[in-house]
Design a protein around this ligand. Sequence first.
Ligand code: ADP
Ligand code: ASP
Ligand code: MG
Length: 425
Amino acid sequence: MALVVQKYGGSSVGDARSVKRVAKRIAEAKRAGNDVVVVVSAMGDTTDELLDLAQQITPLPPQRELDILLTAGERISMSLLAMAITNLGVKAKSYTGQQAGVITDAVHGRARIVDVVPHRIRETLNRGQVAIVAGFQGVTQATNDVTTLGRGGSDTTAVALAAGLNADVCEIYTDVDGVFTADPRIVPAARKIDRVSYEEMLELAASGAKVLALRSVEYARRYGVPVHVRSSFSAHDGTRVVAAEKKSKENAMEAPIISGVAHDRSESKITVIGVPDVPGMAARIFEVVAGAGANIDMIVQNVSAAATGLTDISFTLPDGDGPATMAALTAVQGELAFDSLQFDDQIGKLSLVGAGMKSHPGVSARLFGALRDAGINIEMISTSEIRISVVTRADSLDDAVRAVHTAFELDASDGEAVVYAGTGR
Ligand code: ADP
Ligand code: ASP
Ligand code: MG
């Protein structure tokens, strides 16, 4: 008998009919003799709708209240799912993150799980029942307030519970058949990846491939949780996220250089124009940026024009961090004596990810060549050991992804990738 943690994303439980469909799958897994723990997300676009609602009340909702509001989405789906499973003759009980023992730090809106104490889940399993857990939420011990884990956080709940319960597998059910070489919504010729290493998946997730939330991959790697990403709409085998040694042992011969192309539309660019080119300026600027709580991604500093002794510094950051960062920099314009600030939210980022890059020369040249042939201008470049990222205009990002996917011969020759549901919001 296996202990299976199954996570169903919002796109898999979009309406009452889908909840019943998913309930059938869960009942089957239980009847096959498994112990089953289910983590569920809010139905469809509920979380976005709740956020929109809060925005209509106030532009800056108190973080604590926003978290309480958002956890309501997962409470709706968990209870409906428990009803649907019970209807099929299988006993099921639903639990909030707090009841399930998901303990987090106190950072509202992007809390980190610090411990999982799933006593009630174990008791439920011991009674032969299915345990349903609301994803994306926990409780902070200091104040007993509820917290949320950041967008896509149900993936992290599932992996953390799988680790805490020592589950045999954590199955992530979504609206595509697994992790593909690019987002199937943009590249219909994308190919499903059978196995991907934690490291490659980390880079893909960090670069915008939202099929798995970044923190869930970090958690899975740290605790060695076997993850299987698959569709709740088909019976196809999906993608296994595994340790690199395991992956290379099994297909050393045909290990591809590139595992995939990720894209991200959720960042903005700030340029500080006319910065005096003297020691300490970058340090001051980024102290101010850090003070505003921004998580910066890429940074580019131009060579100063010799005549003026002035330079420009550009950096990218999540859209949401833009206003506070612009305000903080504007406040020190006099002190730092730069000319002006520019804010640009019309950028897109493309990232090419693959462990094989380390040992294959010419990957960057091929990437830049593909973008040149597609007539796409590169605004910024950054690299890691197994990733190259470029910033382009937002409106040429989709074309860029398709061009690069083709240039690295990732296009499938047989059929198109299926997107079963979801609005992709
Ligand atoms: P869920 O509601 O199940 O959590 P998400 O919308 O969060 O689903 O994630 C699934 C979506 O991720 C897919 O519909 C797809 O558009 C998107 N996606 C982005 N990059 C990839 C990729 N490389 N492989 C598969 N899906 C991807
Ligand atoms: N409902 C939350 C979100 O939309 C969490 C999740 O879906 O994983 O981000
Ligand atoms: Mg998701």
